[in-house]
Design a protein around this ligand. Sequence first.
Ligand code: T1G
Length: 659
Amino acid sequence: MPEIRFSQSVSARREQGALVVTIDNPPVNALSAHVRSGLMAALDHATDLPTITGLVITGAGSTFIGGADIKEFGKPPMEPMLPEVIDRIETFEKPVVCSVNGSALGGGCEVALACHGRIAGEKAAFGLPEVKLGIVPGAGGTQRLPRLIGTIAAIDLIGTGRTVNVSEAVALGLADGTAADPVAAALTLLRELGAKPLRRTGLMAVPTVDAAAVSAAEAKVLARARGQSAPVEAVRLVKAAGQVDLKQGLAEERCTFLRLRDSVESAALLHVFFAERAAGKIEGLETVSPRRIETVAVVGAGLMGAGIAVSALISGCRVIALEQTKEAAAGARDRIAETLDKTVRSGRMGQDGRDDCLARLQTTAEAADLATVDLVIEAVFDDLQVKMDLFRRLDGILAPGTILATNTSYLDPDVIAAATTDPTRVVGLHFFSPANVMRLVEVVDCAKTAPDVLASALAFVKRLGKLPVVCGVTEGFIGNRIFSAYRREAELMLEDGAVPDEIDAAFEAYGFPMGIFAVNDMAGLEIAWARRKRQAATRDPAARYVEIADRLCEAGRLGRKSGRGWYAYPNGERTVDPEVTAMIKAARAAKNITPRAITAEEIMGRLLKAMVDEGTALLAEGIAARPGDIDLVMINGYGFPAHKGGPMFTAQQGKDLKS
Ligand code: T1G
């Protein structure tokens, strides 16, 4: 059958009397204006030709429809608008069935909801992830989903923005069935539907449900929202679906969608979305092929190493964990197995997946076993001599193509690389703890790192499902340098008149999960103390230096491990300790500082400024390539609230408002 073209991205062919319409708008078949007009034209065509029995809508490539075209946001609206297209599908006189070949997200899921039948291919996924972009569904999702799958499940899906796979979609009633050849199955369903009155989702009644269950589902979503407004609005709209008619519900949804689309929250989350996509793309690496990485060695399987090993195993790699003794190697296997068990308990992996991972794990005390691996990640104690000795030894054992990565947080990877005969194969992979959970990895482009080694490191991190951010060599890389800067500012404020609890409260009210001093207590104060002692000789004597943390350490207050630090922890509860308050007072008195009250607004303003100033310096030094990279590090490594977009985004917003 010849192809009929309706627009640059929408075409169709006749099959078994129906029109099989394909959306081909790479990369993700977003609902750009030409897709919307193409769909309308296809519907017109089917109306005009009485011999056409109905429509099957599908997507070319691996996505069904990735949603509204977010690159059109902020541009003048172009007809036809999506709600119009969706209304036309739902009220169409002939059956319309979608063959969901891949992800049906946002507007894509809303198209599917309006169809009279939905067949899921094996790779299908459904979701309304709008809240992750700071908005709510804008084309009927909040009104049609509860009609189809019930209010409770709709609150969960729309309020969290999570995506469901095929089996869950079928169980929820979101998909009518699944098939290896979804177009063929959709054509069969179309024939069956043709024989009876069409089921129009928007006209269905929302199933009645117990109010207490709705409240519980709502509470769960709101607990995660942490100051974000989109999930709150999304839940409100889903609940309204059960109380008002479709027309009123849709009008309320559209109005909320348009309001949120212009919000700072949405601008921030879109910035994060695009920053994440940009982070993996490095100028000059576009044509560089990464090396194949299938077998990974992790040297030093402590907490960090075990987490890295688990991530690599889950991604399908073979892993060799190297320890110093046979006993330590056995301990490493236990730690890795325990972390995998935790993953099973959390529901993120099945028992079979765990067994499969363990089957790909080898633990050893023989460095010679690493001879043929593709990548070695060193996660031993952060001591320069230890790491240099290790790299020198490995350099003599490994095949020439093997990549050597260091997980150091503060040491100079160029010095570590210099211990090898081939520093071009050395790169930094700075994971965050716990490494099997945290998404961020700073990929350190060392002075001599070869382009294909950097490209391989990036590809490997992405394969782990993590977020790589490239940075140059500097003490603490991007994240810890910024962390040091705002921690220093926080300590200056202690001298100026604030107490730890006030600073932490302001930080947490802004949206960070935990205050600066509480984080310090959790991580332990001794590593920074040791660093300060190392740096004492070279410190600028004219620069303001806050000694309070040193006094705490000298008093044995090393953080939670020692039972007390910036706070006391009676019964595990974080509590203000008068002893610390007295130490702070004494430090002020020793410097003749008259304390003054500092408001929460000033506290947050000063902390943000410290972050932005350090970020600006990192950009100027060429350590970070883009402001968005800095924002990603702060959001994914340090708990900066994503819906505020990161410090650099916040600073830019401030400038935009002033200009
Ligand atoms: N619009 C425009 N471009 C998009 C896009 C979209 N919706 N989604 C992705 N891209 C671009 C992306 O910027 C990148 O571009 C490329 O596609 C590949 O993306 C009315 C309000 C579909 C699961 O939130 O989750 O519908 O960097 O690297 O890993 O209610 O993209 O190459 O230039 O992520 O294969 C709701 C967002 C929109 C889905 C594919 N939809 N996208 O993952 O590729 S709002 C979403 C994704 C909405 C209605 C409303 C993923 C993906 P570049 P990628 P991937």
